[in-house]
Design a binder for this molecule. Structure first.
Ligand code: DUC
Ligand code: ZN
Ligand code: ZN
Ligand code: ZN
Length: 486
């Protein structure tokens, strides 16, 4: 059974050109003019782009005394409707601390529900011999990324010695460490201070997590990664301080990647102040929304290439769950949604405004992360042999974002009322049409697949700082003790 996507303009991270795409089963068989097939999909007047990859979601994740309410079923349906065909979700060890059990648990939860493809990042929330051994098993199970929380003291946070040990293990295994970079000790102290002063509402959340704590942790993680001889991926970069650290590291030749979120690019700290409690609490996430200056820095990073990926950190709680924090902002479950709206909001506020080219849009929503996560060109590309994860992106199909029309099961949307100028006409996941605009699509739960991602030893070989640090420097025995040959 073949399908031809007809008369569209293919947009890749490299270039745009007019051609048809012949899909045979799950993959792209041919790209060219006037292709014939069993079925036709009309792309006249539309762009044909690689399906979006959202590398940062927390579906059904137990967190802060509750569980994220967006399910694997609703989350992947929302993704398909918004043009995203692969999610990379955070797999969190349970009370037994086992990574392998956590992976099996994530498979058990996700497999019957997902309607688009998925991968996992594994969270490392402590350090011991079992974790050391299980990291290798996790890699064999198709996970090449390990996430470290530098915040959430007393819960998920790792100390520097633990992070360094894990980063060195990543280097050995050809895996990429990720960090949630906020100084958890300072955040805890500020939370205590503001609560003691009676500043207990959601605005206290923003005050307790200033950009400086993110900048400090980003710098620290970069230095630790450099010492361990491993690349680094910084999730939800929200401010200039963190972006600046990444820019500086890259300029020195370090492989450090930065991921801003669509929320931080388009929503600012005004969402927390002089608002009713529910409104502000629904927008509590970490890091918090920042001032416009920080947003400007993030856009500049995407334009210049110092930041490479736009994600969502989709971690969605209902209003009822947010109200656990009525006793004080530190108890408001942290997280917002965005998986359904990432592409449309980025297109409208990025491409329509001239900040990004359509090719850059494809790069930051799909291609770059496919390369960073080592699933390129199976994902993130429109080339022969790639998975047919394709979006027919209609730049003239505008809509207003509303709760009533969303596929997410959450009772609000942080982008509610946003006018977006574009959306998918069709979304294909490995050749299946999982979303067709105006046709009441309901993708099949369970049709999505787990996509294993192999390790990448070659990128690590070039980084040998740890070897350098552990090899004593030879100092010349000069009478004046002047080192020679350095
Ligand atoms: N931040 C959030 O807002 N939610 C999930 C985890 C995180 O780091
Ligand atoms: Zn500490
Ligand atoms: Zn985080
Ligand atoms: Zn997250």
């Amino acid at each position: 059974m073949t399908k031809v996507i007809k008369n569209g303009t293919i947009v890749t991270a490299d270039r745009s050109y007019k051609a048809d795409v012949l899909v045979d089963g799950e993959t792209i068989r041919e790209i060219g003019p006037d292709l014939k097939g069993d079925e036709y999909i009309d792309a006249e007047g539309a762009y044909v782009i690689p399906g979006g990859i959202d590398p940062h979601t927390h579906l059904e994740m137990p967190f802060m005394g509750t569980t994220a309410a967006e399910t694997f079923e609703s989350g992947t349906f929302a993704a398909a409707a918004g043009g995203t065909t692969m999610l990379v979700d955070f797999c969190l060890p349970g009370p037994d601390g086992s990574l392998v059990n956590a992976i099996n648990d994530w498979h058990r939860k996700s497999a019957p529900q997902i309607s688009v493809d998925i991968g996992y990042h594994m969270a490392v929330t402590g350090w011991n011999e079992t974790i050391f051994a299980e990291m290798e098993q996790a890699v064999k199970m198709g996970i090449n990324t390990f996430k470290h929380f530098m915040a959430y003291k007393g819960a998920l946070m790792v100390e520097d010695d633990e992070m360094f040990a894990s980063f060195k293990r990543c280097a050995e295994l050809g895996a990429l460490p990720l960090v949630h970079a906020e100084n958890g000790d300072i955040v805890a102290a500020l939370q205590e201070k503001y609560m003691a002063e009676g500043l207990t509402g959601p605005e206290g959340h923003a005050y307790s997590r200033p950009p400086e704590v993110e900048g400090e942790a980003t710098n620290r993680a970069i230095m630790i990664a450099d010492a361990a001889g491993v690349p680094l991926y910084v999730v939800h970069v929200s401010c200039e301080q963190s972006h600046e650290a990444i820019r500086r590291a890259r300029q020195k030749g370090m492989r450090v990647y930065g991921e801003p979120l669509i929320q931080h690019l388009t929503l600012d700290e005004g969402e927390y102040f002089n608002r009713d409690w529910d409104y502000a609490a629904r927008r509590v996430m970490s890091p918090p929304f920042r001032s416009k200056d920080h947003q400007q820095s993030l856009w500049a990073g995407l334009q210049s290439g110092s930041l490479q990926v736009v994600a969502t950190d989709h971690c969605a709680f209902t209003t009822e769950q947010k109200r656990f924090g009525l006793k004080g902002f530190p108890s408001i479950p942290n997280g917002t949604g965005g998986v359904e709206d990432r592409l449309a909001v980025l297109w409208t506020q990025g491409v329509e405004t001239g900040r990004l080219t359509p090719e850059e849009f494809v790069a930051v929503t799909s291609t770059n992360i496919a390369k960073i996560l080592n699933v390129y060109p199976r994902k993130g590309a429109i080339v022969e042999g790639a998975d047919a994860d394709i979006v027919v992106w209609d730049p003239k199909l505008s809509r207003t974002i509303t709760v009533a029309s969303q596929k997410s099961i959450i009772d609000y949307n942080v982008f509610e009322g946003f006018e977006v100028s574009a959306q998918p006409r069709y979304t294909l996941s490995r050749g299946d049409v999982v979303w067709a605009h105006g046709q009441n699509s309901q993708p099949q739960p369970g049709r999505g697949k787990f996509i294993p991602r192999p390790p990448f030893p070659s990128a690590h070989k070039a980084l040998s700082k740890w070897k350098e640090l552990t090899t004593p420097r030879k100092i010349a025995r000069d009478p004046q003790n002047i080192p020679s040959g350095v």
